[in-house]
Design a protein around this ligand. Sequence first.
Ligand code: GLN
Length: 300
Amino acid sequence: MDMRRDPAPAPAAQEAPPSRAQAIAQVAAYLNDSGVEATQAQDDARALLRAAAGLSRLELAMSPQAPISDEEADRLSRLAARRAAREPVSRILGERGFWTLDLVVSPHVLDPRADTETLVETTLALVDKSDAPLAILDLGAGSGAITCALLSELPMAHAVAVDLSPFACAATAENLARCGLSDRATVVRGRWGESLAGPFDVIVSNPPYVRAGDIPALDPEVRLYDPALALDGGRDGLACYREIVSDLSRLLKPDGLVAFEVGCDQAVSVASLLGAKGFAIARVGRDAGGHERVVAARPA
Ligand code: GLN
């Protein structure tokens, strides 16, 4: 898609360059034609125009009728083509807002989702927020979104963030540094908690939970751009929960808290895996769409 006016038109016929608002409308229509839902396409077009023209939200809101330059139009065309190939805006821009933080999104980690803020919120509602020096363990830390959000809210807490992927470990470390939290976290490469002794006050995890057979039907934004390692939860989607739950009593303090993000139809299954290992459900948290998204439990 070429956002520029026609090259070298006769002076009398010269078209005005498109305004910011017109460029947004054109990109939104193009994205919608490429399969991006209409409201999302509008939001994405606005975000891409802002990136292409280096504008804050306020600058765009104040002057939507200002013309875009040819350079901005070129940049916008390139960004729009990537989004039309269904790459998420967060990956195109390399960052996304999560909780109160601006995180780097590397190609090697799950793009942090609003759903995962429900895990942060539920955990914060259940932990001791006095000045207790909580020890937190994040299993499968990915971008480090959960660790960064919890540490940002719990100033006395320390965290160990574990991931199997060395690239994810690097992403977690980068986000901790970006948020000024590196001095309260240790990043460990490993399989769940197997190399750790604990015990921890809080264990959180957003493990891969998509049924392997469901992966081909995921939206292209997820299927093509999130790493398979971060999605694939085995045949029934519950393989990682089973593995983590079997080691929990070794890793968690007797008065500790475990909180999992779960797929939208998995809360009952994950609660029963926990129940079978002697945990009592403390809370089930719902995401913005009303789905049961988080299961939190304590040793019974
Ligand atoms: N929430 C992701 C999805 O889009 C899956 C994340 C995960 O498996 N933990 O389905």
